[in-house]
Design a protein around this ligand. Structure first.
Ligand SMILES: [Zn+2]
Length: 354
């Protein structure tokens, strides 16, 4: 899930539909009721097997689009032999339970991401999300917006069909696995989610998930009960994949693309610029300010829905925490409300950023 993608987001053509990317590889876009519009499922065939990568959001429209896409590829759900989940966000896991129930396919994902999948979405009270809401409030989000986010979380939950826990066949970082007749290497790429998975096939096909997207910046957000410096994780994980021998990357949203290194460099430049903007805003507020106000200033009127605000605040916090780890920003707490301010060291470090 990501921020700031207007209805006409330029990410995909208006008449987007199932597409044969190359022999044996189908891209099946599933509709999303968010500004992002679509999430990709990939269907990869070979050696009498069919690997399904990610599973969209489990709305009736998503389910119908997936079935139509499979039909277009000449198969049915029963023929799927393996399901791979790049990460446990709702728009990638929604139909996993239904696909598993019909096909019996094992589900590969990193073990710690599977743990999170069941901890967050398997809890009928959505305790983890309620804690995330309280965290947003402590960082300045107005309570009316927090209430709307809570409502949205509950409606998203209804579009997630969880698989049973014993359907998970966990992968480890750097593990090699044979799927549809080819060797794949699992690559842990934290940042967008803590245990996000990319996979590199022996012939240079790269399953990118939401680690690297072609037209938009993946949302890198700080959340409670998660790794403490997701932006640094992300930058490290970009370095990890930049020079892999990739000929074609298959992203979780948008169209497949070839220039992985170029896209990595653009994402690095974006975050360096955002860090500099964050420091400049903090320099103008010596008494300190909260992440919500910073997000409103950084995103300058582009935030419309409560969801936009949520992702913008989480992303701003990821920047603030990366800067704090570098000694450029400090945080203080006043009656449960967090304020951030630049340190004296920030002024000299501003043009190094990261
Ligand atoms: Zn995601």
């Amino acid at each position: 899930m990501h921020v700031l993608n207007g209805e006409a987001n330029g990410l995909v053509p208006d008449d987007d539909g199932p597409q044969l990317v190359e022999p044996g590889v189908w891209r099946i876009p599933l509709p999303l009721p968010f500004a992002l519009r679509e999430a990709n499922v990939y269907l990869i065939g070979g050696a009498d097997e069919w690997v399904c990568v990610d599973s969209g959001l489990g709305t009736p429209e998503g389910d119908a689009a997936l079935r139509a896409g499979l039909e277009r590829a000449g198969i049915t759900v029963e023929r799927i032999t393996t399901l791979v989940l790049t990460h446990a966000h709702p728009d990638h896991i929604g139909l996993a339970g239904l696909l598993h129930a019909v096909s019996g396919a094992p589900i590969h994902m990193l073990a710690a991401e599977a743990e999170r999948l069941f901890r967050v979405w398997g809890d009928p009270d959505l305790t983890a999300l309620t804690r995330a809401d309280a965290f947003l409030a402590a960082n300045g989000m107005p309570t009316a917006d927090v209430a709307l986010i809570d409502r949205a979380n509950r409606s998203v939950r209804r579009a997630i069909h969880l698989p049973p826990e014993d359907a998970i066949s966990p992968l480890a970082d750097d593990e090699h696995i044979r799927l549809a007749g080819m060797d794949y290497r699992a690559i842990w790429t934290p940042g967008h989610s803590d245990y996000h998975l990319c996979l590199l096939r022996e012939d240079g096909l790269f399953i990118a998930g939401d680690h690297i997207l072609p037209r938009i910046t993946p949302n890198i957000g700080l959340y409670p009960d998660a790794r403490p410096n997701p932006l640094q994780d992300y930058l490290d994980a970009l370095a990890r994949v930049r020079d892999l021998p990739v000929r074609l990357a298959l992203p979780g949203h948008g169209l497949p693309f070839a220039d992985l290194a170029g896209r990595v460099d653009a994402l690095r430049a974006h975050h360096a610029e955002r860090a500099a903007q964050t420091l400049a805003l903090l320099a103008a507020a010596p008494a300190g300010t909260d992440a919500y106000q910073l997000a409103v200033d950084l995103f300058e009127g582009r935030l419309r829905t409560p969801d936009d605000h949520r992702f913008a605040v989480a992303e701003t916090l990821a920047h603030l925490e990366a800067l704090r780890a570098q000694g450029q920003v400090e945080r203080s707490e006043h009656a449960g409300h967090f304020l951030y301010a630049a340190t004296a060291a920030a002024a000299v470090a501003i043009d190094h950023s990261y």
